[in-house]
Structure formats: C-alpha cells, structure tokens
Write a protein that binds this ligand. Structure first.
Ligand code: HEC
Ligand code: HEC
Length: 371
C-alpha cells in the first residue's frame, strides 16, 4: 500500500475514534467540596420598592411546604454544581446555567452530556420564585417538578433517579447535608427536588441600578437611560405591557411574532389550543444584558437584534398578540415602530440598568467545588 494511502487511513481512523470519544469523568477524579461555616444566608432579602406591585406579589410561587431555608438552599447549591448528577460525571446544572451569564449560557442552544444540542435556548434562572410554570412552553408547573427533568433527560444529564439516589448516598458529604436540610439523612428524589428548588428560588435580583432608581425618582439615571425608560414604558413600543412589573415579565405565554409558520409551536404543544401556536414564556428582562443570545431558540445575538425585531421584524400570523399590532387586535397588522438609532441605543441603555452585578458574582450562588 502506498505510504500516503496508509497515512490517510490512519488519519481517518484517528478521526473516527478521536472524535467519537466522549468526555467522561469518574467519582474519584471529582474536585473537593468547600462550604462556609456558618452557612450563607439564603433568606429572601427585602425586595424593595420595585417589587411592591401587588401584581407581582400575587404570583409569588414559593410553596408553603417548601420554604427556602439556609441549609436547604445550601444543599441545593451543592447539587446544582455537582457533576455526579449526570451519568458520566461531566455535567452539572451549571454547565448550561452559568452564574455570570444570569444562569444561562452564551450559546443559542447548549450541549448536554453526549455533546448533543438542547432543542431550545437555556433559560436564565432569575426571580423564578415569581413563576408558577416553567420552561419556554410552560410545560412544567412547580419548580419542584421541573428540576428533576434535566437530570433524567437523555440529552441533558442522562441519569435515572434510580441511579442518582444510591450515588448520592455513597458520597461522603451528602447524608449530613440532607440531615441539616430535612432533619434526617434520608436521601430521596423528593428531597433532591426540594433542595434544588429552594436554591433556585433564592436567586433574586434586587441590586440593579433600576432598584435604586425607583427609590429616588431615577435621579441616578443618565439622560440616555431616562430616554430609554420613557420608550420602554410608552404606548407605542408597549414593551412594559408584556414585560410587566418590577420583574419585567408576564406569568403567561405570549406570541411576539418571531416567525410564521412556526418551527416550534410553543404553548400549543402543551394545550393543543390553536390560539397558543407560537406562544412562549415572557422571560424576566432582569440581567438581560448578560443573558444573550435571546428568545426561545436563541435566534438574536444582541439586544439591538431584539429591538430591530420589535421595530420592523414582527411577522404577521393568525394569533399575533394585539400589543405588537397596528390596530391593537389579535392577528392584526404587525406594528412598525420606526425607532431612530438614538432611540434604539437608549432602549439598550435602559435595559442595561436592569443588571445586578452583585447577584452575578455573589459567593452564595457560586460553584462550591474547587476548580
Ligand atoms: C444541557 C443543558 C442543560 C442542563 C445540564 C440543565 N439545563 Fe436547565 N434548561 C436548559 C434548557 C435548554 C432549558 C429550556 C428548555 C425548554 O424550555 O424547553 C432549561 C430550562 C430550565 C428551567 C426553566 C426556567 C424557566 O424560566 O422556565 C429551570 C428551572 C432549569 N432549567 C433548571 C435546571 C436544573 C436545576 C438543572 C440541573 C438539575 C438544569 N436545569 C440542567 C438546559 C439545561
Ligand atoms: C406581545 C408581548 C410583548 C411585547 C409588546 C414585547 N415583548 Fe419582549 N418578549 C415577549 C415574549 C413572548 C418573549 C419570548 C419570545 C420567545 O422566545 O419566543 C420576549 C422576549 C424578549 C427578549 C428576550 C429575552 C430573553 O431572555 O431571551 C427581550 C430582550 C425583549 N423581549 C425585549 C422587549 C422590548 C425592548 C420590547 C419593546 C420594544 C418588548 N420586548 C416588547 C413578549 C413581548
């Protein structure tokens, strides 16, 4: 065989074996855990004036039988960052939900344990204590129900709950952490779910420039930020009619006209209701500057892309939300905002005032495993 051919075969073989080799970890190679003594304080802070609106308090979803406790959320933090929750010990929740990115990742879709891509953009995890339903299509109700789903999901973490429990039982630090959180060292799926839900609910954003602004009539805002705020809250852009309250969200799914026909049917897949085609969760815009790319499929790289969508990109369709139509009727003609470049930059500057950098670096939400 000519030398070049043999060489080529070698390369091909190397490529096949090399590329299909998946990263894998093992129990022994995992980093050590360090927790503070005493435990961090995870109780809800005084949420401040921005959250005083009864409209938001009405949607408070912390269940009475699973309040956030310091020990419970501390356990949730460990579980959130532990790669033992994936079948090959390589992926933790934080793999797709990074603290510095508002608990999402900078990719349109994220890769799970076998490198396969998730179907949608990873959600950020800010202020979920005010969300009664989870996921872009609202298919999960409580957080307690939702948090176990990624563990068993074959694309995301690929570990059955039957495998997870013995794994945690045989890990030196877990029995004590479960005892601190729940009174006995018993480990079961319900307790894993409760602890993860407590940790996620403890992630609340209260320290942005906006939170200070509501206390001083926005004296801390620049002229550009004030102009952006005025645009956000006016009856032309109608941004605040869907991104409502101090949490800048709506607890329902809506259709903001991204595409037609739909690649992803959104809420329709859950309800089977024609009018729900193309409806998706209205995410909170808190920390939105760091959480791109945007929308359920991560189609927009930048906030300017998002604003251009609302400015002139809304796509006509039968159940288009009336707030993005000319006539204010469902399924009406998509509105054309005609924003100037200055307006667009002002809106972007206003959205940046929703960034809470304290939260994005707070040690109580960070990785407790040495790395
Ligand atoms: C491989 C990436 C990946 C991993 C690992 C992962 N997630 Fe997610 N997460 C996603 C994606 C993608 C979505 C959006 C899916 C959808 O809406 O259909 C999501 C959505 C969520 C939501 C819904 C938030 C909302 O606003 O509706 C929560 C809560 C969540 N994940 C928590 C977790 C927890 C807890 C873990 C670990 C047990 C975890 N995730 C692991 C990718 C991941
Ligand atoms: C009809 C209700 C509605 C109006 C009006 C509206 N939005 Fe949205 N917004 C949504 C929905 C629904 C989504 C999520 C859609 C999806 O992913 O399919 C969204 C998503 C976004 C996102 C991406 C968030 C993320 O985490 O991916 C940004 C940023 C945003 N909107 C900003 C704005 C601004 C700025 C305005 C005003 C110019 C505005 N919105 C007006 C409903 C609305």
């Amino acid at each position: 065989m000519p030398k070049t051919l043999a060489f080529l075969i070698l390369i091909v073989l190397w490529a096949i074996t090399g590329c299909t080799k998946e990263p894998s970890g093992s129990e022994q190679s995992l980093p050590a855990l360090t927790l503070p003594l005493p435990a961090y304080d995870y109780s809800y802070p005084d949420m401040g004036l921005a959250y005083a609106n009864p409209g938001i308090q009405f949607f408070e979803a912390t269940p009475e039988d699973n309040p956030v406790t310091n020990a419970g959320a501390a356990l949730g933090r460990v579980l959130f960052y532990d790669t033992r929750l994936s079948s090959n010990y390589t992926i933790s929740c934080a793999h797709c939900h990074e603290q510095s990115k508002s608990f999402t990742v900078s990719e349109a879709t994220s890769r799970g344990l076998h490198g396969q891509r998730t179907h949608r953009n990873a959600s950020h995890l800010i202020n979920l204590r005010y969300n009664r339903r989870q996921f872009w299509d609202l298919r999960a109700s409580t957080l307690e129900e939702q948090v176990l789903m990624p563990i068993a999901d074959p694309i995301e973490m690929g570990l059955s709950l039957d495998e997870l429990i013995p794994r945690l039982e045989s890990t030196a630090f877990y029995p004590t952490l479960f005892e601190d959180a729940f009174g006995t060292s018993e480990i079961n799926a319900d307790r894993v779910a409760r602890a993860l839900a407590q940790f996620i609910r403890s992630i609340v954003s209260t320290q942005s420039k906006y939170d200070i602004g509501v206390t001083n009539d926005f004296a801390n805002y620049s002229a550009e930020e004030l102009a952006g705020k005025a645009l956000f809250f006016n009856n032309i852009t109608r941004c605040n009619q869907c991104h409502m309250t101090g949490n800048f969200y709506t607890p329902q799914a809506m259709n903001n006209g991204l595409e037609y026909p739909h690649q992803d049917l959104g809420l329709y897949a859950v309800t089977g209701n024609e009018a729900d085609k193309g409806k998706f969760k209205v995410p909170s815009l808190r920390n939105v500057t760091v959480s791109g790319p945007y929308m359920h499929d991560g189609r927009f790289e930048t906030l300017l892309d998002v604003i251009n969508h609302y400015d002139h990109g809304v796509v006509a369709q039968p159940y288009l939300d009336d707030r993005v139509t000319q006539e204010l009727t469902v399924g009406g003609t998509p509105y054309q905002l005609g924003l100037s470049e200055i307006d667009k930059q002002a809106l972007i500057a206003f959205l940046a005032t929703l960034t809470d950098s304290t939260l994005l670096s707070a040690p109580r939400f960070s990785n407790p495993f040495a790395h």
